[in-house]
Design a protein around this ligand. Structure first.
Ligand code: ADP
Length: 596
Protein backbone atom coordinates (compact mmCIF):
# COMPACT_ATOMS: atom_id res chain seq x y z
CA UNK A 1 0.00 0.00 0.00
CA UNK A 2 2.70 2.22 1.05
CA UNK A 3 4.69 1.42 -2.12
CA UNK A 4 1.52 2.04 -4.23
CA UNK A 5 1.11 5.50 -2.73
CA UNK A 6 4.73 6.30 -3.41
CA UNK A 7 4.32 5.04 -6.95
CA UNK A 8 1.33 7.32 -7.52
CA UNK A 9 3.17 10.24 -6.07
CA UNK A 10 6.15 9.65 -8.38
CA UNK A 11 3.82 9.33 -11.41
CA UNK A 12 1.98 12.52 -10.49
CA UNK A 13 5.28 14.38 -10.10
CA UNK A 14 6.50 13.01 -13.45
CA UNK A 15 3.30 14.11 -15.20
CA UNK A 16 3.61 17.54 -13.64
CA UNK A 17 7.22 17.83 -14.75
CA UNK A 18 6.35 16.64 -18.28
CA UNK A 19 3.50 19.14 -18.43
CA UNK A 20 5.81 21.83 -17.15
CA UNK A 21 8.36 21.09 -19.84
CA UNK A 22 5.86 20.71 -22.67
CA UNK A 23 5.89 23.38 -25.49
CA UNK A 24 2.30 24.35 -24.81
CA UNK A 25 3.37 25.68 -21.46
CA UNK A 26 6.89 26.87 -22.20
CA UNK A 27 6.64 28.36 -25.74
CA UNK A 28 7.60 32.01 -25.87
CA UNK A 29 6.10 34.30 -28.43
CA UNK A 30 8.38 35.79 -31.08
CA UNK A 31 6.90 38.82 -32.85
CA UNK A 32 7.91 39.24 -36.47
CA UNK A 33 6.85 42.38 -38.35
CA UNK A 34 6.37 41.91 -42.08
CA UNK A 35 5.98 44.66 -44.67
CA UNK A 36 2.56 44.11 -46.25
CA UNK A 37 3.00 46.18 -49.37
CA UNK A 38 0.10 44.54 -51.14
CA UNK A 39 -2.28 44.38 -48.23
CA UNK A 40 -2.61 42.03 -45.30
CA UNK A 41 -4.24 39.15 -47.15
CA UNK A 42 -1.53 38.93 -49.78
CA UNK A 43 1.14 39.12 -47.09
CA UNK A 44 -0.59 36.42 -45.05
CA UNK A 45 -0.66 34.24 -48.12
CA UNK A 46 3.06 34.79 -48.79
CA UNK A 47 4.44 34.53 -45.28
CA UNK A 48 2.24 32.24 -43.19
CA UNK A 49 4.19 29.15 -44.36
CA UNK A 50 7.39 30.70 -43.02
CA UNK A 51 5.83 31.19 -39.58
CA UNK A 52 4.75 27.57 -39.52
CA UNK A 53 8.19 26.38 -40.62
CA UNK A 54 9.89 28.39 -37.87
CA UNK A 55 7.41 27.14 -35.29
CA UNK A 56 8.41 23.64 -36.24
CA UNK A 57 12.11 24.35 -36.37
CA UNK A 58 12.10 26.11 -32.99
CA UNK A 59 9.26 24.45 -31.05
CA UNK A 60 10.09 26.34 -27.85
CA UNK A 61 8.96 29.54 -29.66
CA UNK A 62 5.79 30.62 -31.31
CA UNK A 63 6.31 32.93 -34.27
CA UNK A 64 3.57 35.49 -34.66
CA UNK A 65 3.65 37.51 -37.87
CA UNK A 66 2.29 41.05 -37.87
CA UNK A 67 1.52 42.51 -41.30
CA UNK A 68 2.16 46.22 -41.35
CA UNK A 69 2.62 49.11 -43.75
CA UNK A 70 5.93 51.01 -44.05
CA UNK A 71 5.18 53.61 -41.37
CA UNK A 72 3.48 51.25 -38.94
CA UNK A 73 6.41 48.86 -39.25
CA UNK A 74 8.90 51.62 -38.50
CA UNK A 75 6.94 52.78 -35.47
CA UNK A 76 6.56 49.25 -34.12
CA UNK A 77 10.35 48.86 -34.26
CA UNK A 78 10.86 52.20 -32.56
CA UNK A 79 8.48 51.16 -29.75
CA UNK A 80 10.16 47.75 -29.35
CA UNK A 81 6.97 45.93 -30.21
CA UNK A 82 8.76 43.48 -32.51
CA UNK A 83 11.66 41.03 -32.22
CA UNK A 84 12.31 40.61 -35.92
CA UNK A 85 11.37 42.37 -39.13
CA UNK A 86 11.03 41.27 -42.74
CA UNK A 87 11.00 44.23 -45.12
CA UNK A 88 12.57 45.42 -48.34
CA UNK A 89 16.24 46.34 -48.53
CA UNK A 90 15.45 50.01 -48.67
CA UNK A 91 13.67 50.14 -45.36
CA UNK A 92 16.27 47.82 -43.87
CA UNK A 93 19.10 50.16 -44.79
CA UNK A 94 17.26 53.01 -43.08
CA UNK A 95 16.53 50.90 -39.98
CA UNK A 96 20.15 49.77 -39.86
CA UNK A 97 21.54 53.29 -39.67
CA UNK A 98 18.78 54.86 -37.60
CA UNK A 99 17.43 52.09 -35.38
CA UNK A 100 20.42 49.75 -35.04
CA UNK A 101 18.82 46.85 -36.99
CA UNK A 102 21.03 44.13 -38.46
CA UNK A 103 20.26 41.52 -41.09
CA UNK A 104 20.68 37.86 -40.20
CA UNK A 105 19.60 36.35 -43.55
CA UNK A 106 18.48 37.37 -47.04
CA UNK A 107 15.76 35.85 -49.14
CA UNK A 108 17.06 33.55 -51.81
CA UNK A 109 14.46 33.35 -54.55
CA UNK A 110 15.31 31.01 -57.41
CA UNK A 111 13.54 33.42 -59.80
CA UNK A 112 16.31 36.00 -59.43
CA UNK A 113 19.84 35.68 -60.66
CA UNK A 114 21.15 36.07 -57.10
CA UNK A 115 19.92 37.39 -53.73
CA UNK A 116 21.89 40.54 -54.40
CA UNK A 117 20.07 41.14 -57.71
CA UNK A 118 16.47 40.75 -56.85
CA UNK A 119 14.80 44.15 -56.81
CA UNK A 120 14.51 46.57 -59.71
CA UNK A 121 11.94 48.95 -61.13
CA UNK A 122 10.19 49.21 -64.44
CA UNK A 123 9.31 52.73 -65.59
CA UNK A 124 6.31 52.18 -67.81
CA UNK A 125 4.38 54.40 -70.19
CA UNK A 126 1.41 53.82 -72.41
CA UNK A 127 2.71 52.04 -75.47
CA UNK A 128 1.06 54.72 -77.59
CA UNK A 129 3.21 57.47 -76.10
CA UNK A 130 5.82 57.51 -78.86
CA UNK A 131 7.22 60.77 -77.55
CA UNK A 132 8.49 58.92 -74.48
CA UNK A 133 11.28 56.55 -75.44
CA UNK A 134 14.01 57.15 -72.90
CA UNK A 135 14.14 58.00 -69.25
CA UNK A 136 15.60 61.39 -70.26
CA UNK A 137 12.26 62.16 -71.95
CA UNK A 138 10.57 62.25 -68.55
CA UNK A 139 11.90 65.68 -67.57
CA UNK A 140 8.87 67.86 -66.98
CA UNK A 141 6.47 64.90 -67.27
CA UNK A 142 4.11 63.64 -64.59
CA UNK A 143 5.21 60.49 -62.78
CA UNK A 144 2.97 58.08 -60.85
CA UNK A 145 4.51 56.07 -58.00
CA UNK A 146 3.29 54.11 -55.01
CA UNK A 147 4.71 55.92 -52.02
CA UNK A 148 7.54 58.38 -51.35
CA UNK A 149 9.29 55.65 -49.33
CA UNK A 150 8.47 52.77 -51.65
CA UNK A 151 11.70 51.15 -52.74
CA UNK A 152 11.07 49.22 -55.93
CA UNK A 153 7.94 51.33 -56.44
CA UNK A 154 9.70 54.70 -56.41
CA UNK A 155 13.20 55.27 -55.03
CA UNK A 156 14.99 52.79 -57.30
CA UNK A 157 13.53 54.54 -60.36
CA UNK A 158 14.15 57.99 -58.89
CA UNK A 159 17.87 57.22 -58.56
CA UNK A 160 18.00 56.29 -62.22
CA UNK A 161 16.33 59.58 -63.17
CA UNK A 162 18.63 61.48 -60.82
CA UNK A 163 21.65 60.01 -62.59
CA UNK A 164 20.24 61.50 -65.81
CA UNK A 165 19.93 64.88 -64.19
CA UNK A 166 16.19 64.65 -63.59
CA UNK A 167 15.28 65.46 -60.00
CA UNK A 168 11.98 64.92 -58.25
CA UNK A 169 11.38 68.67 -58.62
CA UNK A 170 11.78 68.41 -62.41
CA UNK A 171 8.90 65.99 -62.59
CA UNK A 172 6.08 68.45 -62.74
CA UNK A 173 3.91 66.29 -60.53
CA UNK A 174 4.61 62.98 -58.87
CA UNK A 175 1.37 61.19 -57.99
CA UNK A 176 1.54 58.75 -55.08
CA UNK A 177 -1.28 56.32 -55.49
CA UNK A 178 -0.56 54.04 -52.50
CA UNK A 179 -0.91 50.23 -52.49
CA UNK A 180 -1.67 48.03 -54.29
CA UNK A 181 1.04 49.00 -56.67
CA UNK A 182 -0.88 48.45 -59.91
CA UNK A 183 -2.95 51.52 -59.11
CA UNK A 184 -0.23 53.58 -60.77
CA UNK A 185 -1.30 52.10 -64.09
CA UNK A 186 -4.77 53.62 -63.64
CA UNK A 187 -3.04 57.01 -63.50
CA UNK A 188 -1.61 56.31 -66.94
CA UNK A 189 -4.92 55.10 -68.30
CA UNK A 190 -6.80 58.14 -67.06
CA UNK A 191 -4.11 60.51 -68.31
CA UNK A 192 -3.26 61.82 -64.84
CA UNK A 193 0.35 60.69 -65.29
CA UNK A 194 2.73 60.22 -68.20
CA UNK A 195 4.87 57.47 -66.67
CA UNK A 196 4.55 55.06 -63.76
CA UNK A 197 6.95 53.10 -61.56
CA UNK A 198 6.36 49.38 -60.95
CA UNK A 199 8.59 46.92 -59.13
CA UNK A 200 10.32 44.58 -61.51
CA UNK A 201 8.18 41.71 -62.85
CA UNK A 202 4.85 43.15 -61.67
CA UNK A 203 3.95 44.19 -65.19
CA UNK A 204 4.64 40.68 -66.47
CA UNK A 205 2.62 39.16 -63.62
CA UNK A 206 -0.34 41.42 -64.36
CA UNK A 207 -0.22 40.52 -68.05
CA UNK A 208 0.06 36.84 -67.23
CA UNK A 209 -2.92 37.03 -64.90
CA UNK A 210 -4.89 38.78 -67.63
CA UNK A 211 -5.48 41.93 -65.62
CA UNK A 212 -3.94 44.10 -68.27
CA UNK A 213 -3.75 43.63 -71.98
CA UNK A 214 -0.39 42.66 -73.42
CA UNK A 215 1.30 45.47 -75.28
CA UNK A 216 -0.82 48.08 -73.56
CA UNK A 217 2.21 49.44 -71.66
CA UNK A 218 5.84 49.74 -72.55
CA UNK A 219 8.91 49.69 -70.26
CA UNK A 220 11.35 52.58 -70.85
CA UNK A 221 14.97 51.60 -71.43
CA UNK A 222 14.68 47.94 -70.48
CA UNK A 223 18.05 46.65 -69.28
CA UNK A 224 19.64 43.90 -71.32
CA UNK A 225 19.60 40.32 -70.14
CA UNK A 226 23.39 40.36 -69.86
CA UNK A 227 23.42 43.53 -67.87
CA UNK A 228 20.92 42.24 -65.31
CA UNK A 229 22.70 38.90 -65.04
CA UNK A 230 19.64 37.04 -66.30
CA UNK A 231 16.85 38.89 -64.57
CA UNK A 232 13.64 37.37 -65.91
CA UNK A 233 11.64 40.61 -66.40
CA UNK A 234 12.09 44.02 -67.97
CA UNK A 235 13.55 46.62 -65.64
CA UNK A 236 14.67 50.18 -66.33
CA UNK A 237 17.07 50.28 -63.39
CA UNK A 238 19.96 48.52 -61.75
CA UNK A 239 19.13 45.65 -59.34
CA UNK A 240 19.25 45.63 -55.55
CA UNK A 241 19.38 42.89 -52.88
CA UNK A 242 16.30 40.95 -51.88
CA UNK A 243 14.45 41.33 -48.59
CA UNK A 244 16.43 40.61 -45.42
CA UNK A 245 15.34 38.94 -42.17
CA UNK A 246 16.23 41.55 -39.58
CA UNK A 247 17.14 41.28 -35.94
CA UNK A 248 16.68 44.40 -33.82
CA UNK A 249 18.88 46.10 -31.26
CA UNK A 250 16.87 44.79 -28.34
CA UNK A 251 16.40 41.28 -29.75
CA UNK A 252 17.85 38.53 -27.56
CA UNK A 253 21.17 37.47 -29.15
CA UNK A 254 20.67 33.77 -28.46
CA UNK A 255 17.21 33.94 -30.04
CA UNK A 256 18.61 35.77 -33.07
CA UNK A 257 21.31 33.14 -33.43
CA UNK A 258 18.88 30.22 -33.29
CA UNK A 259 16.47 31.97 -35.72
CA UNK A 260 19.33 32.63 -38.17
CA UNK A 261 20.39 29.00 -37.96
CA UNK A 262 16.81 27.86 -38.44
CA UNK A 263 16.32 30.13 -41.48
CA UNK A 264 19.44 28.87 -43.19
CA UNK A 265 18.40 25.30 -42.46
CA UNK A 266 14.83 25.68 -43.75
CA UNK A 267 14.05 23.49 -46.72
CA UNK A 268 12.72 25.59 -49.56
CA UNK A 269 9.20 25.02 -50.76
CA UNK A 270 8.91 23.98 -54.39
CA UNK A 271 9.54 27.16 -56.44
CA UNK A 272 9.41 29.02 -53.13
CA UNK A 273 12.11 31.18 -51.60
CA UNK A 274 14.58 30.06 -49.06
CA UNK A 275 16.97 32.05 -46.88
CA UNK A 276 20.64 32.47 -47.34
CA UNK A 277 23.50 34.36 -45.70
CA UNK A 278 22.93 38.11 -45.61
CA UNK A 279 23.49 39.94 -48.91
CA UNK A 280 25.52 43.15 -49.29
CA UNK A 281 23.15 46.10 -48.89
CA UNK A 282 25.74 48.74 -49.81
CA UNK A 283 23.99 49.49 -53.15
CA UNK A 284 20.92 50.48 -51.12
CA UNK A 285 22.95 52.80 -48.93
CA UNK A 286 24.52 54.28 -52.06
CA UNK A 287 21.05 54.97 -53.41
CA UNK A 288 20.03 56.81 -50.25
CA UNK A 289 23.24 58.81 -50.22
CA UNK A 290 22.85 59.74 -53.85
CA UNK A 291 19.25 60.81 -53.44
CA UNK A 292 19.97 62.38 -50.03
CA UNK A 293 16.94 60.72 -48.52
CA UNK A 294 16.27 58.29 -45.67
CA UNK A 295 19.35 57.96 -43.48
CA UNK A 296 21.18 60.51 -45.66
CA UNK A 297 18.46 63.12 -45.62
CA UNK A 298 20.74 65.24 -43.44
CA UNK A 299 22.91 65.85 -46.53
CA UNK A 300 20.11 67.97 -47.88
CA UNK A 301 20.02 69.86 -44.64
CA UNK A 302 23.14 71.78 -45.51
CA UNK A 303 21.06 74.69 -46.63
CA UNK A 304 21.44 78.19 -45.28
CA UNK A 305 18.64 77.59 -42.81
CA UNK A 306 20.43 74.50 -41.49
CA UNK A 307 23.59 76.52 -41.07
CA UNK A 308 21.59 79.24 -39.41
CA UNK A 309 20.14 76.69 -37.03
CA UNK A 310 23.58 75.28 -36.25
CA UNK A 311 25.33 78.59 -35.82
CA UNK A 312 22.48 80.81 -34.73
CA UNK A 313 24.55 82.39 -32.00
CA UNK A 314 27.24 83.43 -34.48
CA UNK A 315 24.61 84.97 -36.73
CA UNK A 316 23.02 86.62 -33.70
CA UNK A 317 26.38 88.04 -32.63
CA UNK A 318 27.10 89.20 -36.19
CA UNK A 319 23.65 90.78 -36.45
CA UNK A 320 24.08 92.56 -33.12
CA UNK A 321 27.53 93.69 -34.23
CA UNK A 322 26.16 94.88 -37.56
CA UNK A 323 23.34 96.82 -35.92
CA UNK A 324 25.85 98.32 -33.46
CA UNK A 325 28.16 99.27 -36.31
CA UNK A 326 25.29 100.89 -38.22
CA UNK A 327 24.22 102.86 -35.13
CA UNK A 328 27.82 103.89 -34.48
CA UNK A 329 28.30 104.93 -38.11
CA UNK A 330 25.09 106.96 -38.11
CA UNK A 331 26.14 108.63 -34.85
CA UNK A 332 29.62 109.43 -36.09
CA UNK A 333 28.13 110.64 -39.36
CA UNK A 334 25.75 113.02 -37.60
CA UNK A 335 28.57 114.23 -35.31
CA UNK A 336 30.77 114.85 -38.33
CA UNK A 337 27.92 116.71 -40.02
CA UNK A 338 27.36 118.85 -36.91
CA UNK A 339 31.09 119.55 -36.56
CA UNK A 340 31.37 120.38 -40.25
CA UNK A 341 28.45 122.78 -39.87
CA UNK A 342 30.11 124.39 -36.83
CA UNK A 343 33.39 124.59 -38.70
CA UNK A 344 31.76 126.18 -41.71
CA UNK A 345 29.99 128.66 -39.46
CA UNK A 346 33.29 129.45 -37.72
CA UNK A 347 35.02 129.84 -41.09
CA UNK A 348 32.25 132.11 -42.33
CA UNK A 349 32.53 134.16 -39.14
CA UNK A 350 36.30 134.27 -39.50
CA UNK A 351 36.01 135.39 -43.12
CA UNK A 352 33.47 138.03 -42.10
CA UNK A 353 35.79 139.19 -39.29
CA UNK A 354 38.68 139.28 -41.75
CA UNK A 355 36.57 141.33 -44.13
CA UNK A 356 35.66 143.70 -41.31
CA UNK A 357 39.32 143.96 -40.33
CA UNK A 358 40.33 144.74 -43.90
CA UNK A 359 37.60 147.36 -44.11
CA UNK A 360 38.75 148.89 -40.81
CA UNK A 361 42.36 148.82 -41.99
CA UNK A 362 41.37 150.53 -45.19
CA UNK A 363 39.37 153.04 -43.19
CA UNK A 364 42.33 153.68 -40.91
CA UNK A 365 44.63 153.86 -43.90
CA UNK A 366 42.33 156.40 -45.50
CA UNK A 367 42.18 158.44 -42.33
CA UNK A 368 45.94 158.30 -42.15
CA UNK A 369 46.20 159.66 -45.70
CA UNK A 370 43.79 162.45 -44.83
CA UNK A 371 45.84 163.10 -41.74
CA UNK A 372 49.01 163.41 -43.78
CA UNK A 373 47.23 165.77 -46.10
CA UNK A 374 45.84 167.70 -43.15
CA UNK A 375 49.36 168.17 -41.85
CA UNK A 376 50.56 169.14 -45.26
CA UNK A 377 47.63 171.45 -45.93
CA UNK A 378 49.45 174.51 -44.67
CA UNK A 379 52.27 174.07 -47.09
CA UNK A 380 49.82 172.88 -49.71
CA UNK A 381 48.03 176.23 -49.52
CA UNK A 382 51.38 177.94 -49.87
CA UNK A 383 52.23 175.71 -52.82
CA UNK A 384 48.98 176.58 -54.56
CA UNK A 385 49.34 180.26 -53.75
CA UNK A 386 52.43 180.52 -55.95
CA UNK A 387 50.85 179.53 -59.29
CA UNK A 388 47.70 181.43 -58.41
CA UNK A 389 49.71 184.56 -57.61
CA UNK A 390 51.72 184.14 -60.81
CA UNK A 391 48.51 183.77 -62.80
CA UNK A 392 47.08 186.90 -61.12
CA UNK A 393 50.30 188.83 -61.90
CA UNK A 394 50.25 187.81 -65.56
CA UNK A 395 46.58 188.70 -65.83
CA UNK A 396 47.03 192.12 -64.10
CA UNK A 397 50.03 193.00 -66.29
CA UNK A 398 48.00 192.19 -69.38
CA UNK A 399 45.15 194.42 -68.17
CA UNK A 400 47.58 197.25 -67.49
CA UNK A 401 49.20 196.95 -70.90
CA UNK A 402 45.81 196.87 -72.57
CA UNK A 403 44.78 200.00 -70.63
CA UNK A 404 47.92 201.83 -71.64
CA UNK A 405 47.80 200.54 -75.19
CA UNK A 406 51.30 199.02 -74.82
CA UNK A 407 50.41 195.54 -75.71
CA UNK A 408 51.52 193.46 -78.62
CA UNK A 409 50.01 190.18 -79.73
CA UNK A 410 53.29 188.42 -78.83
CA UNK A 411 53.13 189.74 -75.27
CA UNK A 412 49.50 188.66 -74.93
CA UNK A 413 50.35 185.22 -76.28
CA UNK A 414 53.24 184.77 -73.83
CA UNK A 415 51.16 185.93 -70.88
CA UNK A 416 48.37 183.55 -71.79
CA UNK A 417 50.85 180.68 -72.08
CA UNK A 418 52.32 181.47 -68.69
CA UNK A 419 48.87 181.63 -67.13
CA UNK A 420 47.95 178.28 -68.69
CA UNK A 421 51.22 176.72 -67.51
CA UNK A 422 50.70 177.93 -63.93
CA UNK A 423 47.10 176.72 -64.00
CA UNK A 424 48.26 173.31 -65.14
CA UNK A 425 50.84 173.23 -62.37
CA UNK A 426 48.18 174.02 -59.77
CA UNK A 427 45.81 171.52 -61.36
CA UNK A 428 48.47 168.81 -61.26
CA UNK A 429 48.98 169.39 -57.55
CA UNK A 430 45.26 169.22 -56.85
CA UNK A 431 45.00 166.13 -59.03
CA UNK A 432 47.70 164.26 -57.12
CA UNK A 433 46.16 165.15 -53.81
CA UNK A 434 42.74 164.02 -54.91
CA UNK A 435 44.17 160.72 -56.12
CA UNK A 436 46.01 160.27 -52.86
CA UNK A 437 42.99 161.11 -50.72
CA UNK A 438 40.43 159.02 -52.54
CA UNK A 439 38.83 156.07 -50.80
CA UNK A 440 38.84 152.72 -52.56
CA UNK A 441 39.53 149.00 -52.02
CA UNK A 442 43.00 147.52 -52.27
CA UNK A 443 44.29 146.41 -55.70
CA UNK A 444 47.30 144.52 -56.95
CA UNK A 445 49.23 145.40 -60.07
CA UNK A 446 52.78 145.22 -61.32
CA UNK A 447 54.74 148.33 -60.39
CA UNK A 448 58.31 149.50 -60.96
CA UNK A 449 59.65 150.67 -57.56
CA UNK A 450 61.82 153.64 -58.80
CA UNK A 451 58.83 155.03 -60.72
CA UNK A 452 56.53 154.70 -57.74
CA UNK A 453 59.12 156.29 -55.43
CA UNK A 454 59.43 159.17 -57.92
CA UNK A 455 55.66 159.65 -57.88
CA UNK A 456 55.66 159.90 -54.10
CA UNK A 457 58.58 162.36 -54.19
CA UNK A 458 56.74 164.58 -56.71
CA UNK A 459 53.85 164.97 -54.33
CA UNK A 460 56.12 165.31 -51.31
CA UNK A 461 58.31 168.08 -52.72
CA UNK A 462 55.37 169.96 -54.11
CA UNK A 463 53.36 170.09 -50.91
CA UNK A 464 56.25 170.53 -48.47
CA UNK A 465 58.05 173.79 -48.40
CA UNK A 466 60.80 174.10 -47.93
CA UNK A 467 61.47 170.51 -49.01
CA UNK A 468 64.72 169.00 -47.73
CA UNK A 469 67.44 167.77 -49.98
CA UNK A 470 66.69 164.32 -51.29
CA UNK A 471 69.22 161.88 -52.72
CA UNK A 472 68.05 158.76 -54.49
CA UNK A 473 70.39 155.84 -55.20
CA UNK A 474 68.65 153.56 -57.63
CA UNK A 475 70.18 150.17 -58.50
CA UNK A 476 66.88 148.61 -59.48
CA UNK A 477 67.32 146.27 -62.52
CA UNK A 478 65.31 147.11 -65.61
CA UNK A 479 62.34 144.85 -66.22
CA UNK A 480 61.86 143.81 -62.59
CA UNK A 481 58.57 144.60 -60.91
CA UNK A 482 56.78 144.10 -57.67
CA UNK A 483 53.12 143.26 -57.26
CA UNK A 484 51.52 146.00 -55.20
CA UNK A 485 48.84 148.60 -54.70
CA UNK A 486 50.49 151.81 -56.03
CA UNK A 487 48.40 154.09 -53.86
CA UNK A 488 49.31 152.19 -50.69
CA UNK A 489 52.95 152.12 -51.78
CA UNK A 490 52.84 155.90 -52.18
CA UNK A 491 51.17 156.21 -48.78
CA UNK A 492 54.02 154.29 -47.11
CA UNK A 493 56.65 156.38 -48.87
CA UNK A 494 54.93 159.68 -47.98
CA UNK A 495 54.62 158.64 -44.36
CA UNK A 496 58.29 157.76 -44.11
CA UNK A 497 59.30 160.96 -45.91
CA UNK A 498 57.07 163.17 -43.74
CA UNK A 499 58.40 161.52 -40.54
CA UNK A 500 61.95 162.10 -41.78
CA UNK A 501 61.05 165.74 -42.49
CA UNK A 502 59.55 166.07 -38.98
CA UNK A 503 62.63 164.52 -37.35
CA UNK A 504 64.91 167.08 -39.06
CA UNK A 505 62.91 170.24 -38.19
CA UNK A 506 65.44 171.27 -35.51
CA UNK A 507 68.32 171.18 -38.01
CA UNK A 508 69.43 174.14 -40.10
CA UNK A 509 67.89 173.90 -43.58
CA UNK A 510 71.20 173.02 -45.33
CA UNK A 511 71.73 169.95 -43.13
CA UNK A 512 68.37 168.49 -43.87
CA UNK A 513 68.99 165.43 -46.06
CA UNK A 514 66.92 162.38 -46.91
CA UNK A 515 68.69 159.47 -48.60
CA UNK A 516 66.68 156.93 -50.49
CA UNK A 517 68.10 153.69 -51.72
CA UNK A 518 66.24 151.29 -54.08
CA UNK A 519 67.86 147.89 -54.57
CA UNK A 520 67.18 144.32 -55.51
CA UNK A 521 68.03 141.27 -53.39
CA UNK A 522 67.69 137.88 -55.13
CA UNK A 523 63.98 137.67 -54.35
CA UNK A 524 63.16 141.03 -52.84
CA UNK A 525 62.94 144.69 -53.52
CA UNK A 526 64.50 146.79 -50.73
CA UNK A 527 63.71 150.47 -50.23
CA UNK A 528 65.39 152.36 -47.41
CA UNK A 529 64.59 155.90 -46.28
CA UNK A 530 67.23 157.43 -44.08
CA UNK A 531 67.18 160.86 -42.44
CA UNK A 532 69.74 162.75 -40.37
CA UNK A 533 67.26 163.90 -37.75
CA UNK A 534 66.81 163.48 -34.02
CA UNK A 535 66.60 159.66 -34.05
CA UNK A 536 65.10 157.66 -31.18
CA UNK A 537 66.31 156.33 -27.85
CA UNK A 538 66.04 152.58 -27.12
CA UNK A 539 62.56 152.88 -25.58
CA UNK A 540 61.33 154.86 -28.60
CA UNK A 541 62.90 152.34 -31.00
CA UNK A 542 61.00 149.52 -29.26
CA UNK A 543 57.66 151.30 -29.55
CA UNK A 544 57.96 152.93 -32.99
CA UNK A 545 55.34 150.67 -34.63
CA UNK A 546 52.91 150.61 -31.68
CA UNK A 547 49.57 152.17 -32.56
CA UNK A 548 49.11 155.57 -30.90
CA UNK A 549 52.80 155.92 -30.04
CA UNK A 550 53.72 159.49 -30.88
CA UNK A 551 56.13 162.12 -29.66
CA UNK A 552 54.53 164.92 -31.63
CA UNK A 553 51.93 167.12 -29.90
CA UNK A 554 49.58 166.94 -32.87
CA UNK A 555 50.51 163.37 -33.94
CA UNK A 556 48.10 160.43 -34.04
CA UNK A 557 50.72 157.72 -33.66
CA UNK A 558 49.06 155.61 -36.35
CA UNK A 559 51.24 156.29 -39.40
CA UNK A 560 54.00 153.70 -38.86
CA UNK A 561 51.68 150.95 -37.60
CA UNK A 562 49.51 151.42 -40.71
CA UNK A 563 52.59 151.39 -42.93
CA UNK A 564 53.74 148.10 -41.42
CA UNK A 565 50.25 146.61 -41.91
CA UNK A 566 50.31 147.70 -45.58
CA UNK A 567 53.78 146.28 -46.23
CA UNK A 568 52.95 142.99 -44.51
CA UNK A 569 49.74 142.75 -46.55
CA UNK A 570 52.12 142.74 -49.56
CA UNK A 571 54.02 139.81 -47.96
CA UNK A 572 56.84 142.20 -47.12
CA UNK A 573 58.46 143.63 -43.98
CA UNK A 574 59.01 147.12 -42.54
CA UNK A 575 61.72 147.67 -39.92
CA UNK A 576 63.53 150.63 -38.40
CA UNK A 577 67.17 150.73 -37.43
CA UNK A 578 69.87 153.19 -36.54
CA UNK A 579 72.14 154.10 -39.49
CA UNK A 580 74.96 151.59 -40.04
CA UNK A 581 77.48 154.43 -40.42
CA UNK A 582 76.79 155.49 -36.80
CA UNK A 583 75.52 158.90 -37.93
CA UNK A 584 72.42 160.71 -36.69
CA UNK A 585 68.88 159.93 -37.69
CA UNK A 586 66.93 156.79 -38.44
CA UNK A 587 66.71 154.36 -41.35
CA UNK A 588 63.44 152.68 -42.31
CA UNK A 589 63.73 149.64 -44.59
CA UNK A 590 60.75 148.23 -46.50
CA UNK A 591 61.06 144.95 -48.42
CA UNK A 592 58.60 143.60 -51.02
CA UNK A 593 58.68 140.29 -52.93
CA UNK A 594 60.01 140.97 -56.42
CA UNK A 595 59.69 139.11 -59.68
CA UNK A 596 61.14 139.39 -63.17
P1 ADP B 1 52.87 160.31 -35.87
O1 ADP B 1 53.72 160.80 -36.97
O2 ADP B 1 51.45 160.73 -35.94
O3 ADP B 1 53.47 160.57 -34.51
P2 ADP B 1 53.84 157.80 -36.66
O4 ADP B 1 53.40 156.46 -36.35
O5 ADP B 1 54.13 158.15 -38.02
O6 ADP B 1 52.82 158.77 -35.97
O7 ADP B 1 55.21 158.07 -35.80
C1 ADP B 1 55.19 157.65 -34.47
C2 ADP B 1 56.37 158.25 -33.77
O8 ADP B 1 57.61 157.64 -34.20
C3 ADP B 1 56.59 159.68 -34.05
O9 ADP B 1 55.81 160.50 -33.15
C4 ADP B 1 58.06 159.86 -33.77
O10 ADP B 1 58.29 160.00 -32.38
C5 ADP B 1 58.66 158.55 -34.16
N1 ADP B 1 59.30 158.64 -35.47
C6 ADP B 1 58.77 158.29 -36.66
N2 ADP B 1 59.64 158.47 -37.66
C7 ADP B 1 60.78 158.94 -37.07
C8 ADP B 1 62.04 159.36 -37.58
N3 ADP B 1 62.37 159.32 -38.85
N4 ADP B 1 62.97 159.81 -36.66
C9 ADP B 1 62.66 159.82 -35.37
N5 ADP B 1 61.51 159.49 -34.86
C10 ADP B 1 60.57 159.04 -35.68
Amino acid sequence: MRSGATYRLVVALGVWLVLLASPAWARTEVRVGVLAYQGEAAAEHDWAPLARALDQALPQHHFELRYLGLNALWQAVEHRQLDFVITHGGQYAAMESQLGASRIATLDNPRWPSPGRAVGSAVVVLAARHDLQRLDDLAGQRLAATDPQAFGGYLVALRELHQRGIEADDLSLTEFSGFPMERVLDRLETGRADAAVLRGCLLEELVRSGRIAPGRFRVLEPQSFERTGGYPCQVSTQLYPDWPFISLRHTDRALAKSVAAALLALRPLPDGPSWTVPADYQPVRDLYRELEVGPYAYLRDTTLMARLRGYWWIFLALSVGLVGWVIHTVRVESQVTARTRDLQRALTERDAAHERLLAQQEEASHLSRLSILGELSGTLAHELTQPLASMANFAHSMVRRLDSGRYTPELLLQASRDIASEAERAGAIVQRIRRFARKRGAVRQDGVPPEMVQDALELFVRVLAPAPRIEVRDSWPTGSTISCDPLQFQQVMLNLLKNAWDAMQALPAHQRLIEIEIGRQPAHCTISVRDHGCGQDDAGMARLFEPFFTTRPDGLGLGLSICRTIVEAHAGRLVAQRPQDGGAGLCFIATFPAHD
